[in-house]
Design a protein around this ligand. Structure first.
Ligand code: SF4
Length: 364
């Protein structure tokens, strides 16, 4: 088995990323086989339980209120709506439901209580439950854990150096603080990033340094390709070449051997051959369903046809970590403290984010 190292340097990671392609692929596939079944891929369904209207200014995100994209906002879904969608996802072969809410952070109150009930409901369907709700406190992480949450997603997005060119409404350290809060509970961590946002190779390596030096490393690392959406500041950025995606997946696999590497946004722009290369290079999870929160994603049937073609099998739920127990609300050891997480306001602006905001206001 490959050793799990927490002291990777940017230069070491760049040296791996820039290896001759065949050598990189072979090394990544070898590490992958030592740690995972190469014919098994975990399938998650991403569900947007509260869409749009987010106060943050993430330059890639169509759900940020300030950019006025074509995304239609929705209030928080009901528990029964979520249950119905989870059952549909299970029938289609998903072992995990990831619920996303376009919030800056979680606030204790009726909406969070409703999310906790969703977590309980899906865990009782024997599916892994993941949430991505923005910043959370330690107490909120414990409450989610008690409800039966399996994973919490909180992406670093990019390197610490490039972060300030993507988002101005919070700081990189705020992301690390939430990951730290999740780690204090027994919920697993899902954290990755996006490539194709105009970052340098050094930034891709910098993000992987930040993720791989976490101890323990995240159980799951999504690698997204930017989906450039009209109305966002990054609308005009060109799609990244498939070779960059394969190199990023392979490098992630080598430096985080035990992690599930998720092939996430951007799959509609990839051929089956391109995706097959990513699986060979160590990707062992995908998001299924025709939408990834608000951006397009391949249809489940298309994915299942690809699995058949490649001889891949969907991973069963709770293969890596056992199923958490659900504690009912009335038996909870953790009370709502009426809190919300503290975060930094870095106090700078990003020209392209400001320009996109102005343009949106002009066309209103
Ligand atoms: S990525 Fe999340 S935090 Fe950022 S604008 Fe979109 S919904 Fe809000």
């Amino acid at each position: 088995m490959s050793e799990v190292r927490h002291n990777w340097t940017k230069q070491e990671i760049l040296d791996i990323y820039n290896k001759p392609f065949m050598e990189l692929l072979y090394e990544a596939a070898t590490v992958h086989r030592e740690n995972h079944d190469p014919n098994t891929v975990q399938v998650s369904t991403l569900l947007s339980i509260k869409t749009g209207g987010c106060p943050e200014d993430c330059g890639y995100c169509p759900q940020a209120a300030r950019y006025h994209t074509k995304v239609e906002g929705n209030d928080l879904m009901s528990v029964s709506q979520v249950k119905a969608q989870a059952l549909r996802a299970k029938t289609a072969g998903s072992s995990r439901v990831c619920m996303g809410a376009a919030w800056r952070n979680v606030k204790d109150g009726p909406e969070f209580d409703q999310v906790l009930e969703m977590v309980r409901t899906i865990n009782k369907l024997d599916m892994e439950v993941c949430c991505t709700l923005g910043m959370i406190t330690e107490n909120q992480a414990h409450r989610l854990a008690e409800a039966g949450l399996y994973a919490y997603n909180h992406n670093l997005d990019t390197s610490e150096d490039y972060y300030k060119d993507v988002i101005s409404t919070r700081a990189f350290k705020d992301r690390l603080d939430t990951i730290d809060n999740v780690r204090k509970s027994n919920v697993t961590v899902c954290s990755g990033g996006i490539i194709g946002m105009g970052e340098a190779l050094e930034d891709r390596a910098g993000m992987l340094v930040a993720l791989s030096t976490l101890d323990p490393q995240p159980e799951s690392v999504p690698i997204n390709a930017l989906v450039a959406v009209e109305g966002t500041p990054m609308a005009d950025l060109p799609p990244i070449p498939i070779w960059d995606m394969v190199r990023m997946v392979a490098t992630t696999r080598i430096i985080m051997p035990e992690t599930q590497v998720r092939l996430s946004a951007g799959r509609t722009q990839m051929s089956r051959e391109g995706q097959a290369m990513c699986f060979f290079a160590g990707a062992n999870s995908i998001f299924a369903g025709d939408k990834l929160l608000t951006t397009p994603n391949p249809d489940v049937n298309e994915d299942m046809a690809m699995f058949k073609l490649l001889g891949l099998n969907p991973q069963k739920a709770f293969t890596k970590v056992s199923q958490p127990k659900t504690v009912e609300a009335e038996d909870s050891r953790y009370e709502a403290k009426g809190e919300k997480p503290k975060w930094t306001r870095p106090g700078h602006t990003i020209d392209r984010n400001e320009a996109a905001k102005k343009k949106a206001n002009l066309t209103e």
